[in-house]
Design a protein. Structure first.
Length: 318
């Protein structure tokens, strides 16, 4: 099929202080074997001079640049969506990149089955410091990508528990959003959860490809969210979904399982680390004690007692 008769894909790339990565992201699109696309970069109010200079002088084929005030990734993606001309939408963060055959392989599914609304694929992590690729299961072994027949329940009850889909994994049909916009703006974390739940509730049909067609970069900036920040915005996302997207028959279950999810999130972010630190401290006390060849001082005995007691109290409360 000739490129001019193929549907256009609009690739929307928000960029905030990520000038060192933007070229690789864009080049991974330009290198696609499927060539009917446009690239829309939204500079989300970058403050770093390096990024601003890159954006100011950026010139690549099929690429347009827009600048906005800093309002976050969701707002930037929505802005790019409004500027998009394509029948299909690909979101791509500025620090991630794609396999050259991603568009071609996913668009084949759309051609074969006109009822499919979203085609999404597997992915690999790219560890920037070590410059190595590895399967996502090695980093998040409990997480899966494949949804069941009831995608609405999957996104209500499994998101970030056993289900997680990177935003640059899917290609979406633009018509899914009608005259609306993909993302609820103003959320620091969880806006993709809201988007997915809304699409599933409205009956969007999804197709999963178990091929690693994209790369999720792990670097210092991508892993620096404040823990309290994550818990706060997860709570806000739960509240929004409960008020706007949960059908009556699911309300009690959603409340119960969301409480469990938040407890587990807090445990993972705060308590588990504390328990690990206490365990290490306990072992050090024992090692220090043994260095006295059994002649334990009263101070060390007291330290052991305190650590063991705190350890038991925390374990009994979680």
């Amino acid at each position: 099929m000739k490129s001019q008769t193929e549907p256009m894909i609009s690739v929307i790339i928000p960029c905030y202080n990520q000038g060192q990565y933007i070229n690789q992201a864009v080049q991974s699109v330009l290198d696609q074997t499927y060539q009917n696309f446009e690239i829309i970069i939204i500079d989300d109010g970058s403050t770093e001079n390096y990024t601003r200079n890159i954006i100011d002088n950026y010139s690549k084929p099929k690429t347009r640049i827009y600048k906005t005030k800093n309002k976050g990734a969701s707002s930037a993606r929505n802005y790019g969506f409004k500027k998009a001309n394509g029948e299909f939408i690909q979101f791509l963060d500025a620090d991630d990149f794609l396999d050259p055959q991603k568009f071609e392989i996913q668009m084949q599914i759309f051609r074969k089955d006109k009822t499919i609304d979203i085609v999404y694929s597997n992915y690999k992590y790219y560890l920037e410091k070590e410059k190595i690729f590895f399967e996502h299961k090695r980093y998040n072994p409990e997480m899966d990508l494949k949804v069941s027949q009831n995608t609405y329940e999957d996104f209500l009850f499994e998101w970030q528990r056993t289900l997680s889909i990177p935003i640059h994994s899917p290609i979406f049909k633009r018509k899914l959003w009608g005259n609306g916009l993909p993302f609820i703006e103003g959320f620091g974390v969880g806006e993709d959860w809201i988007m997915w739940t809304n699409l599933a509730k409205n009956g969007a049909r999804m197709c999963f490809l178990d091929k690693e067609l994209l790369f999720y970069r792990l670097h210092q900036k991508s892993m620096t969210h404040n823990k309290s920040y994550v818990v706060y915005w997860a709570s806000r996302a739960i509240s929004y979904i409960a008020d706007n997207l949960v059908e009556e028959e699911y309300k009690k279950r959603f409340d119960k399982e969301s409480e469990q999810y938040l407890n587990q999130l807090i445990h993972n972010l705060f308590v588990r680390e504390l328990l690990e630190d206490l365990h290490i401290y306990k072992e050090k006390v024992v090692q220090y004690d043994s260095s006295f060849l059994g002649r334990t001082t009263k101070l060390i005995k007291k330290m052991q007692s305190v650590v063991k007691r705190v350890f038991r109290i925390i374990k009994n409360r979680i």
